[in-house]
Design a protein around this ligand. Structure first.
Ligand SMILES: [Zn+2]
Length: 673
C-alpha cells in the first residue's frame, strides 16, 4: 500500500484523501518529507555555484513540499478529530519536527548561503520579503550560535516541545474528565429540553448509569451558566471550569511553569532579556514596553466599567454576585433592563441559514465570490462539509471546509486552519477550514445558535477569506502567515457584517415560521451592546497581562508556586481575580502553552485597534459595497505577509491606525472621562 500523503493528491484542489489516511500514514509522510527536504538541502549547500536567490532562498522555500503537505493535513486533523491514534502520532510527529527544525536552522552552510544572498542586496518586493523573513527565522532559531550554544538550544527546544504536548494532552483529558454529572433533571432547570436530552445522552455515552452530563464546551466560559436556575449547579459547573489543570492526574500548572522557565532560558541563550522580547521582535508591535503601555492604559477604564456592571447586577440580584452567578445575572440584566433574552432569540439563528444567508452572503456582496457545496470529496469526519468557492469571474478560488459541531475528539474553541495555501510557486490553491464547537443538536433537530456563536462564524470566516484570497508566490508568506499580532485583524473586521441590516434581515429568520426578528429586537441588541463589555475587556486584559507575566521571566528566575505567581501578577496590574478571573487561567491557557500564542495574547486587542479603525473606514465610504470589498481584498487580504502588513494597512487607510474608535466601541472612552 502506498501512502497517499507521500505525493501530491490527485483530488480537486489537492484535497488530502482524508477518508483513507491513517495515523501511521501521517507519521510516515512526515518522516519521508523530512528525508526529502534534507536531501534537497544537501544538494543546495553542496552546489559549486555561487548562491543566488533562485538556487538558494527560493530553492530552500521549495524544498519542504512533501513535509509541508503532510504537516498541514495533520495539523488540521489533530485538533478537529484527535482520536487516540492521532494523539499518539502527534507526540512522535512533534518530536520529529522539533529535531528537523533544529537541523535546518542550525545548518551553518545553509545559513551562510542564505545570508550571502540577502546581504548581496538587489532583491525587491516579495523576493526581498522572503529573503528577510527566512533569515530572521534562522537567526531567532539560533543560527548565529556557536556549537555549544546550538547543542543547548536543541535540548531546550526538545524539552519545551515535549512539555507543550503533555500540557495539551492533559488539558483535553482534563476537560473530558471535568464534565459535571447531575443526578436529577431538576438540577438543570433553565436549559432547554433538547439540551437536557443531550446531557442525558452524554451521560450514557460516557458510561454513566443514567444522570445528566454537562460537558465543558468552550475553553473559557460555560454558556449554560447564564441559564441554569439552580445556584448550586452553576457553582459546580463554574468550579469545574476554572479549576481545570489544578489537581490530580491532569494537573497542568507545573508543566506551564516549567515551560515558562525554559523559554526564558532559551531567550537568554539567543541574547534577549526574556521570552516576550524574543517573540515581539517578529511582530508588528514595536516593543514589550509599547505593548505593556497599551494594556496599562486600558486596564483602569475596563476595571471601572466592570465595577459599574457589578453594581448593576448586585441591584438586580439583591446582593453581591458570586463569580459563578455572574453570567446568570448578566443575562437577567440583559432581559430586564434591555429586554434582550439571548436564549429566546436562538430560533432565529439556525446554523445552515446563518452560514448561507449571512456569512457567505456577506462575502458574495463584498467580493462577488460564490459557494457550491460538494459531496464528492473525502472528509475526516461525517460532520465536515465542503464548499467550492468561485471568484467573481467564475474561476475557482479554493475549497472551504466547515466543521461546526463539538465532539469529544475536538479541541475546545473555534479556529481556522489551512490545508493548502494560495501560492503560485506550485500553482497551489487554498483549502481552508473553520472549526467551531456548537453543541450538536439531537437527531433531526436544527442547530440553533447564540449571538456569540453567530459572531464566531463571521470571525472564523474572516480568517478563511484571508486564506482564500492569498495571491502571492511563496507558501511561507501566503494568506494568514502574517505576524500573530496582525492575524486576528481580518477576522475581527469580518465580524462587522453580523449586524449589517440588510444581511441580518436575510439570515435571521425564525426556524419554524420564517419570520424576521421581532420588531425592535435589533435596536435592543444594539442598546445592550455595551452591557458586559467592562467584564469582557477586564478578563481579556487580565489574560493578556498573565501571558506577558509568564513570559517576562528573566533567564534563571524562579516563578515560585504557579497559582501564587498568577495571583500576584494580576493584582500588581490592577485586577482583582476574585471578582473577575482572567479569561484563561494558567491551568488551561492553551493559547500560550500549546497554541503558538506565547507572549502573543495581547495581539487580539492590538489588532482590534486596526479593526475598529477599519470599521470606521467602511462607514465613511458607504459600507459593504463591492468597491469597498475589492479595495480591502486587494490591499490587505490578498497581500498576506508578502510585505509588511502594517505598511499594507497604512496604504489602505491612508494613515496609521487611531486608538479612538476602539475606545468608543468598548465604552472605554466614557469611563476614562
Ligand atoms: Zn481568530
Amino acid at each position: 500500500m502506498t501512502n497517499p500523503l507521500r505525493s501530491a493528491s490527485q483530488l480537486p484542489f489537492e484535497m488530502p484523501a482524508f477518508d483513507t489516511l491513517t495515523a501511521p500514514d501521517y507519521v510516515d509522510a512526515v518522516r519521508h518529507g523530512i528525508a526529502e527536504q534534507l536531501a534537497a538541502i544537501n544538494a543546495l549547500t553542496s552546489s559549486p555555484e555561487d548562491p543566488t536567490f533562485a538556487n538558494t532562498t527560493e530553492a530552500f522555500e521549495a524544498s519542504g513540499e512533501t513535509l509541508r503537505r503532510a504537516v498541514m493535513a495533520f495539523s488540521n486533523v489533530k485538533p478537529s478529530h484527535g482520536t487516540p491514534e492521532i494523539l499518539d502520532a502527534d507526540g512522535e510527529i512533534q518530536a520529529l519536527l522539533t529535531e528537523h527544525g533544529d537541523a535546518l536552522h542550525l545548518n551553518g552552510a545553509l545559513y551562510a548561503r542564505l545570508e550571502a544572498v540577502d546581504s548581496a542586496g538587489g532583491l525587491e518586493g516579495e523576493q526581498e520579503r522572503l529573503s528577510g523573513e527566512t533569515l530572521r527565522a534562522f537567526r531567532r532559531a539560533g543560527a548565529g550560535l556557536d556549537a555549544a550554544g546550538k547543542a543547548r538550544l536543541r535540548g531546550l527546544n526538545a524539552e519545551i516541545s515535549a512539555l507543550s504536548t503533555r500540557y495539551s494532552t492533559a488539558l483535553l483529558a482534563g476537560m473530558n474528565d471535568a464534565a459535571v454529572l447531575f443526578g436529577d433533571a431538576a438540577e438543570l432547570d433553565g436549559l432547554s429540553e433538547a439540551e437536557i436530552a443531550s446531557a442525558a445522552r452524554a451521560a450514557t455515552q460516557a458510561g454513566h448509569d443514567g444522570g445528566y452530563l454537562l460537558t465543558l464546551v468552550l475553553p473559557t466560559h460555560q454558556p449554560a451558566l447564564a441559564r441554569l436556575e439552580n445556584a448550586a449547579s452553576r457553582r459546580r459547573l463554574f468550579e469545574a471550569s476554572i479549576g481545570r489543570g489544578q489537581d490530580g492526574q491532569h494537573r497542568t500548572l507545573d508543566l506551564a511553569a516549567s515551560m515558562a522557565r525554559l523559554r526564558a532560558e532559551r531567550a537568554g541563550l539567543l541574547g534577549y532579556p526574556n521570552h516576550a522580547a524574543s517573540v515581539l521582535e517578529a511582530q508588528t508591535a514595536p516593543s514589550l514596553e509599547a505593548v505593556r503601555e497599551r494594556l496599562a492604559a486600558l486596564v483602569p477604564p475596563a476595571v471601572a466599567n466592570a465595577a459599574t456592571e457589578a453594581a448593576v447586577m448586585a441591584e438586580v440580584a439583591g446582593g453581591v454576585v458570586a463569580p459563578w452567578d455572574r453570567a446568570y445575572f448578566s443575562a437577567r440584566v440583559h432581559r430586564e433592563r434591555y429586554a434582550v433574552d439571548a436564549a429566546a432569540l436562538k430560533p432565529w439563528f439556525e446554523l445552515d441559514r446563518v452560514v448561507h444567508d449571512g456569512v457567505f452572503a456577506a462575502a458574495t456582496r463584498l467580493y462577488g465570490i460564490g459557494f457550491t457545496e460538494r459531496h464528492d470529496l473525502p472528509v475526516y469526519h461525517p460532520d465536515v462539509r465542503v464548499w467550492e468557492v468561485s471568484d467573481a469571474d467564475g474561476s475557482a478560488l479554493g475549497l472551504f471546509l466547515g466543521d461546526y459541531f463539538a465532539r469529544p475528539t475536538k479541541a475546545g474553541g473555534a479556529w481556522m486552519n489551512s490545508i493548502r495555501v494560495g501560492a503560485s510557486l506550485f500553482e497551489e490553491r487554498p483549502v481552508v477550514t473553520n472549526n467551531l464547537n456548537i453543541p450538536a443538536p439531537a437527531d433531526g433537530q436544527p442547530a440553533l445558535l447564540t449571538l456569540d456563536e453567530v459572531r464566531t462564524l463571521f470571525h472564523e470566516f474572516g480568517h478563511a477569506l484571508h486564506g482564500l484570497f492569498a495571491d502571492g508566490v511563496y507558501p511561507s508568506l501566503a494568506g494568514t502567515a502574517v505576524p500573530r499580532d496582525f492575524v486576528e485583524y481580518p477576522s475581527q473586521v469580518n465580524e462587522m457584517w453580523q449586524y449589517d441590516e440588510e444581511l441580518i434581515a436575510g439570515y435571521a429568520r425564525h426556524v419554524e415560521t420564517g419570520e424576521a426578528l421581532p420588531d425592535g429586537a435589533l435596536d435592543r441588541i444594539h442598546a445592550a451592546g455595551l452591557w458586559g463589555e467592562g467584564f469582557a475587556t477586564t478578563e481579556y486584559l487580565a489574560a493578556a497581562v498573565l501571558d506577558l507575566a509568564w513570559h517576562s521571566l528573566a533567564p534563571g528566575e524562579d516563578p515560585g508556586d504557579p497559582l501564587e505567581f498568577e495571583d500576584r501578577a494580576l493584582r500588581e496590574a490592577g485586577f482583582d481575580p476574585d471578582v473577575v478571573p482572567p479569561r484563561y487561567r494558567t491551568g488551561y491557557f492553551k493559547h500560550i502553552f500549546d497554541g503558538g500564542y506565547s507572549a502573543g495574547y495581547y495581539s487580539y486587542i492590538w489588532s482590534e485597534v486596526l479593526d475598529a479603525d477599519t470599521v470606521e473606514w467602511f462607514a465613511e465610504h458607504g459600507g459593504g459595497t463591492r468597491q469597498n470589498g475589492d479595495r480591502f481584498r486587494a490591499g490587505l487580504l490578498a497581500r498576506g505577509n508578502t510585505r509588511d502588513p502594517l505598511e499594507s494597512y497604512e496604504d489602505f487607510r491612508g494613515r496609521p491606525a487611531r486608538l479612538e474608535p476602539l475606545l468608543v466601541r468598548r465604552g472605554l472612552d466614557a469611563a476614562a472621562r
